[in-house]
Design a binder for this molecule. Structure first.
Ligand code: CA
Length: 657
């Protein structure tokens, strides 16, 4: 994650005054032990009354401020009272049906400071997240809405994750989609590009991915939602209201309810197409600390600090939240559970998960297990410079402590295509030497690393929204290669991901060589850089077909999807991992898969145990359902820069060895 560093550096400076105030209040540790509140917070709606509850242990008084409609003047201010059984929570009950009531909190602190804020537990807000709105969620469900979650995802080893941005997916003229850039654009069907090829949801369904991972869909700060303003593009890693959908993806951001209904329509549409939804959640930092509801309501509590009182900055964007603080932990859990239950979200990808502590992550896992244990959790487990003890961080090095949570595998990414941080550095597919052993280890789910509890913790990828696209990276590292060669490098990299042990992850458009013109960080670049160009699927139809068929092959071969290291170590044999070649056999009682990855620029002849093999993948083409035999042989030629898969059945009566 690296998004808005320029912005961040300016607000780091602004924070010094605030820090001093917070240190004087001296509350950060003391609060947890004595003032934890377990109950529900926010505007708790029922048809006869709404109860407003806000955790504000350091405030001297809190008032509920009501407005005349979403955008009208202040109407009324009422003093809230402390809960009888927990004085840290201020409460107020309004009688009658309050659906649509617009409110904020006004807090007075002992030092005389007065702050107004939206509710951190807001479930609906006005445009740009400026005011909170009471909502009766039942009333907003789209007519298509199923009251139940999807059936559990029966086998996590079958997950194929596809990472996409709501706007990028449809905003191009080539998409043929009407609701460009909107939640509703994700689920339009019958859409075609100018050459008549299917786009959008129909395309995704054909591709065979099981889960889409959406870049932030919660309310973020850096895009002005008002449609009158020129559009400002952003990925959305700048959280504002964690429990509210982003307004710029709705067709009417002024209506606080429209975005809720339309996001649910999108989720339902994906579910109806058999595709599950993973939400990219960014609890590790907020856009601006001083203006965020968490800081305004309990100054100095929710954000981690260095020993000198300054805000810590492991995220690189100016602030780190403090998941180890019990009410921050509760906030994260409440938020995740809300998205899973109310919006039927099927998985969560934690941005900079290494900022969080493992106890929080494990508690999130357990909370979701009560809803559906097949909800997928994974994140960026990088070890960042944040003041939390190493053994508490949710990082790769502590993966075994949270065995049902996955981690992005940067070792695979770097060794297959070259490091994202070394300009021009090559990887296995582009001719790098001496990485064969590392690639073999990653290919078998990091089996030698002994870092993970099980291979399903390993998210296998070569490209994501960060850094260059796979195509741009490969092109940069092989400037003299012709397009046919670049396609082969690209296809070999993607084939390695889809044949590897672990959880494969594809960056949207990777299957048609998506380009961002070489840019490394497109977080705020215009649509013409970030949008999916749907014409490329025709230009690179061969690669699209290969990816689709590799997905089919993977799903039909359990040997490619093993769920324990014990199984892999019993089944896998590495015949060769040098000279830019990998030869690996995966074997069980009834069959073997021989996988050959040729990173050389030459065709190679590979020696095999004498036998009759069925070709499953050869020269960029998958033969998933056909049974094409090699005849009895002990050598096979593998073309340059390609992957090959051969299958052999073990018949008890006719051993071919
Ligand atoms: Ca927003």
């Amino acid at each position: 994650m690296k998004r808005y560093k320029e912005i961040a550096s300016t607000f780091v400076d602004k924070q010094h005054g605030l820090n001093n105030d917070s240190v004087e209040l001296g509350m950060q540790v003391a609060l947890d032990d004595t003032m934890f509140y377990q109950g529900e917070l926010g505007a708790i709606y029922s048809v006869n009354q709404t109860e407003f509850k806000v955790w504000a242990p350091t405030a001297q008084s809190v008032e509920l401020v009501l407005y005349d409609g979403y955008y009208g003047k202040k109407l009324n201010t009422m003093m809230m009272t402390r809960l009888a059984d927990n004085a840290t929570v201020y409460s107020m009950i309004l009688q009658g049906d309050q659906h649509g009531t617009t409110y904020k909190y006004r807090l007075t602190f002992p030092n005389g400071e007065v702050k107004t804020s939206v509710d951190p537990y807001s479930r609906a807000v006005t445009v740009n997240g400026r005011r909170s709105v009471v909502v009766d969620l039942q009333r907003l469900n789209p007519t298509s809405w199923s009251n139940n979650r999807m059936v559990p995802f029966d086998d996590k080893s079958k997950a194929i994750i596809y990472e996409m941005h709501v706007r990028d997916f449809s905003v191009s003229e080539t998409s043929g989609i009407v609701n460009k850039g909107k939640f509703l654009g994700v689920i339009e069907t019958g859409t075609l590009n100018p050459q008549g090829s299917v786009t959008g949801l129909d395309y995704l369904t054909k591709l065979g991915v099981t889960h889409v991972q959406l870049l932030p869909i919660f309310d973020y700060a850096t895009v002005d939602e008002t449609p009158e303003k020129p559009y400002q593009y952003n990925w959305g890693y700048d959280p504002l209201n964690y429990n509210v959908p982003e307004g710029s993806y709705s067709t009417n951001p002024y209506d606080p309810f429209n975005r809720i209904t339309e996001l649910k329509e999108m989720i339902q549409g994906l579910h109806d197409a058999g595709i599950r939804v993973i939400m990219d959640v960014v609890y590790n930092h907020v856009y601006e600390v001083e203006n965020h509801s968490l800081e305004r309501i309990v100054p100095g509590y929710y954000f981690r600090r260095n020993p000198d009182g300054t805000l810590s900055n492991g995220t690189g964007v100016g602030n780190d939240t403090a998941s180890e603080q019990l009410m921050m932990r509760k906030y994260m859990i409440d938020s995740i559970v809300y998205w899973a239950t109310e919006y039927h979200i099927d998985g969560f990808r934690f941005d900079l998960m290494g900022i969080h502590d493992i106890e929080t992550m494990q508690t999130i896992r357990e909370s979701l297990d009560k809803i559906d244990p097949s909800i997928i959790l994974y994140g960026e487990g990088w070890d960042l410079n944040t003041p939390l003890e190493f053994h508490r961080k949710a990082i790769q090095g502590n993966a075994k402590k949270i065995p049902q949570i996955g981690f992005f595998n940067d070792a695979m990414r770097n060794n297959v295509k070259g490091s994202d941080f070394g300009i021009g550095s090559k990887g296995f597919v582009s001719g790098e030497w001496y990485v064969e052993g590392k690639v073999a280890n990653s290919f078998l789910g990091e089996i030698e690393s002994k870092r993970y509890d099980n291979p399903l913790q390993v998210v296998q990828y070569v490209a994501c929204h960060d850094n260059q696209t796979l195509y741009d990276k490969i092109k940069e590292t092989a400037p003299l290669a012709d397009i046919e060669t670049l396609v082969k490098y690209h296809e070999l990299a993607t084939s390695i991901i889809l044949l590897s042990q672990g959880m494969p992850f594809i960056h949207a458009g990777q299957e048609f060589l998506r380009t961002k013109n070489g840019l490394h960080n497109s977080y705020n670049q215009p649509d013409d850089i970030n949008q999916i160009d749907w014409l490329r699927q025709d230009e690179f139809e061969h690669t699209v077909t290969l990816v689709r068929d590799l997905i089919t092959l993977r799903q039909s071969e359990p040997l490619l999807r093993q769920s324990s290291y014990d199984m892999i170590s019993k089944s896998a044999k590495i015949y060769k991992a040098d000279y830019q070649i990998l030869e690996i056999e995966l074997k069980n009682d009834t069959e073997s898969l021989f996988i050959i990855l040729n990173g050389q620029e030459n065709n190679i002849d590979v020696q095999l145990p004498k036998g009759d093999y069925i070709i499953k993948l050869f020269d960029g083409k998958v033969y998933a359902d056909e049974e094409i035999s090699t005849g009895i042989t002990e050598t096979i030629q593998v073309p340059a820069h390609t992957a090959m898969v051969l299958k052999q059945y073990h018949y008890s009566s006719t051993s071919l060895y």
